[in-house]
Design a protein. Sequence first.
Length: 356
Amino acid sequence: MNIDTGANLPALRSHNAALLLNLLRQAGADGVSRLELAERTGLTPQAVSKITARLRAEGLAADAGRRASTGGKPRTVLRLVAGAAHAVGLHLDRDELTVVRVDLAGTVVGTRGVPMDLGAGVEAVLETVTREVSGLLDGSVLGVGAAMPGPLDHAAGVPHRVTGFPEWDGFPLRDALAERLRLPVVLDKDTNAAAFRIAVQGRGGESFAYLHLGTGLGAGLVLGGTLYRGPRTGAGEFGHQTVRLDGEPCGCGARGCLEALCLAAVARGDLDEAARVLGVGAANLVGLLDIDRVLLGGRIVTGATRPFVRGVRAVLEERARREGGGAPVPVALAEDGDHPVAEGAALLALAPMFGL
């Protein structure tokens, strides 16, 4: 990321401190001993003691009791102090704004949500975001993660031509938000934010595709355990692959896009056809990337889980039978929270703190 979201905490300048904080985060309330931290990181016990002493002094780590040792005195166990700092996550959808505040463990401790028209104009959207975020800010907030439909340039913090909303093309949204909120801001696609959340929670495996069907259709890709954005941060524009050359027009200017066909089927009330179209796109990704799993999300999917999971699974099973390649790639519902995109955006803001 271009912005150091933990610039106000000296410990966060250390790569080794980030490694230890991430292990503390993963350990949860049970905590982890200094010896275990040394074993898992390859750091010397002396280095671990020095860094953890600093983390404790800054309020980021605390004792979590003692654990019996296989030899010698019981080990002191450390835990992450989840409430020591927070991040705010934004989901700027086409028709609503969701804002969450999460602690260092990723637990949501505050939410706000209002209708919002992404096409109402840049200034109107910025005013709405500023007003809603301000209600969740205090001195413990390290930074803000903002997620919106793509395509966009994650590195530059600039949206491109969002389908149906050309006025956002080239607008420096990340910097504009940072100036108004007076906090570091990271900008990413909604699908990337949701996929990152799944990866951080360890629920997706090493390589998976998160397919998000809501007001639009996109994908977040995690390959080899890492969120894949591509060299120009444009990967995952899943909805605009052409699957029918003479298909109906899409808002992007092309014809027969997966998004246009899928949303048209939803509008007709034909969820089985929408799921079949989504499955065709999923099968294309499986064939191209050899991923381990397909996860489905977005408001349309969560509103009709059974037909979408069943329909996409059926297409992938047929592909596996046709190709004789063994078991089909598993398909499952992704979300287990109310605001997966906004929560993922908040975790993106915290990512540098944990070396993620």
